[in-house]
Design a protein around this ligand. Structure first.
Ligand code: SAJ
Length: 432
């Protein structure tokens, strides 16, 4: 009988993916395209139906690729978790959000591990991909999978491999982004290497699952801290009358030893604001207080408030109170050219503007409607007339699809927190 390693190398294995979101669905398609038989698992029947119709709901997944895999019978989706008994390997790609109290919510990971454990056969590989704190795989997932009668590294194999999916990235996708893997035991690492090496161009093995978990947190904490650094320099330059945008652009000419980050109205998304908090939380359980992460979280988290305070200053210079001013927030997604508004600073800015009595509206070509508190807002048209009717256009996200020349030409005042109008100058264009 073929061993697991032979099935993985020979691509005769059946591979499962639990969680068919922006990480799981592209991964399932890559497993299928590499030649494995793939079963996608998701709790959401609508997602499962769309996958089985070859209808992709993830912009990075070509419907044609998905459709071909489904038509050939190589890929199918189901809500029936008992079919986990059919897989030789399974990747868990479920969310790891924060609770309201800002500590990790790994309930989806725990629930998934329990679901997998109840159907998993021996001689099977499990890989956790969800971003989480170091120790999750060996402290939480391993005991659940091992139960009372299995030995990890002998009967079943367990590893961590951080997802590195950057939705909408035109250059890097699942297949060509190097993948890190770290097993609970060396044999576990070997199995994870055998699986991912068939699918992804470059696979990098580290010594343990904890190291692999920490790799991802370093990557994203690096971003959060450097964004906070440049935001703090922005606050400094605001007081010193220095144009931080020109300073960063000039510093970026240094061909080595520097990487540009840009100030902004704060940080959004489901990675950068959240991943460092997972690390900080875990470090505290070792009585280690991580100052960089706490400081970065504080600085980045306060940027929306600084934006509104500066807007008040700008209007005040024009003898106009914020209270009653008609403000259109331009761009509410958390970063350019995405539809995602999770943790978006634009939402926080809208809330603060309402609190200060401004007459608020928004336009975002990728976000047609927006739930804000108990209200449901609709994206207003970005027309000459509508632009002219506002006291200020507050640029919060610099989507490519926005006609910036139209804004520059007709706005009575632009407060640009993203340097989106860098090629336009004028007394009515004020930068963060
Ligand atoms: N931001 C700034 N200044 C910057 C960069 C970002 O204010 O210089 C803001 C963005 O506007 C956004 C937030 O920070 O609100 C996060 O932006 P991001 O560019 O880090 O984008 P994300 O959150 O989509 O991060 C993902 C991450 N990918 C994974 O976790 C797999 C991250 O590791 C990637 O480096 C990042 O995409 C990317 O490079 O696009």
């Amino acid at each position: 009988m073929e061993s697991l390693l032979q099935k993985l190398h020979g691509k005769t294995a059946t591979v499962g993916v639990l969680g068919l979101g922006y990480v799981g669905l592209p991964l399932a398609v890559e497993f299928g395209r590499a030649g494995y038989r793939v079963i996608g698992f998701d709790l959401d029947q609508a997602k499962v139906d769309r996958v089985n119709q070859g209808d992709s709901y993830i912009s990075d997944v070509e419907g044609s690729f998905l459709g071909a895999l489904v038509a050939s019978g190589r890929l199918r989706a189901t809500t029936d978790l008992s079919q986990i008994a059919q897989v030789d390997a399974i990747s868990i790609c479920v969310p790891t959000p924060l609770r309201k109290t800002k500590d990790p919510d790994i309930s989806y990971v725990k629930q998934s591990a329990e679901q997998v454990a109840s159907y998993l056969r021996n001689d099977t590989l499990v890989v956790l991909e969800s971003t989480t704190y170091p120790g999750t795989t060996d402290e939480l997932v391993a005991p659940i999978l091992a139960g009372s009668d299995r030995v990890i590294g002998r009967d079943i194999f367990l590893a961590f491999s951080p997802e590195r999916v950057d939705p909408g990235n035109p250059r890097y996708h699942t297949q060509n982004t190097p993948k890190v893997v770290g097993g609970i035991t060396p044999r576990c690492t070997e199995m994870a290497l055998a699986l991912y090496s068939q699918v992804i161009g470059q696979v990098v093995a580290v010594g343990t699952a904890r190291e692999a978990e920490m790799v991802k947190l370093l990557e994203n904490t690096f971003r959060a801290v450097n964004i906070a650094l440049v935001n703090e320099l922005l606050l400094m330059c605001d007081r010193m009358g220095i144009d931080i945008w020109k300073v960063v652009d000039a510093a970026a000419t240094k061909p080595f030893g520097f990487m540009p980050f840009y100030p902004g109205p704060g940080i959004g998304g489901h990675c950068i604001p959240i991943d460092p908090m997972y690390l900080s939380w875990k470090a505290k359980t070792y009585d280690f207080f991580n100052r960089f992460i706490e400081l970065a979280t504080d600085i980045n988290g306060n940027m929306p408030r600084f934006v509104v305070t500066k807007l008040m200053r700008i209007l005040n210079d024009r003898r106009q109170p914020l209270n009653g001013a008609r403000i259109l927030v331009l761009g509410v997604a958390y970063k350019p050219d995405v539809t995602d508004v999770r943790e978006s600073p634009g939402l926080e800015i809208l809330k603060l503007l309402v609190q200060h009595g401004a007459v608020t509206s928004y336009h975002d070509p990728h976000v047609p409607s927006l739930a804000l508190g108990s209200e449901n807002l609709l994206s207003e048209e970005l027309t000459e007339q509508n632009i002219r009717s506002k006291d200020c256009i507050l640029v919060a996200t610099n989507h490519t699809a926005i006609d910036w020349a139209l804004v520059a030409r007709h706005a009575r005042l632009v407060f640009d927190t993203r340097n989106a109008l860098s090629r336009f100058e004028g007394p009515d264009i004020v930068r963060l």
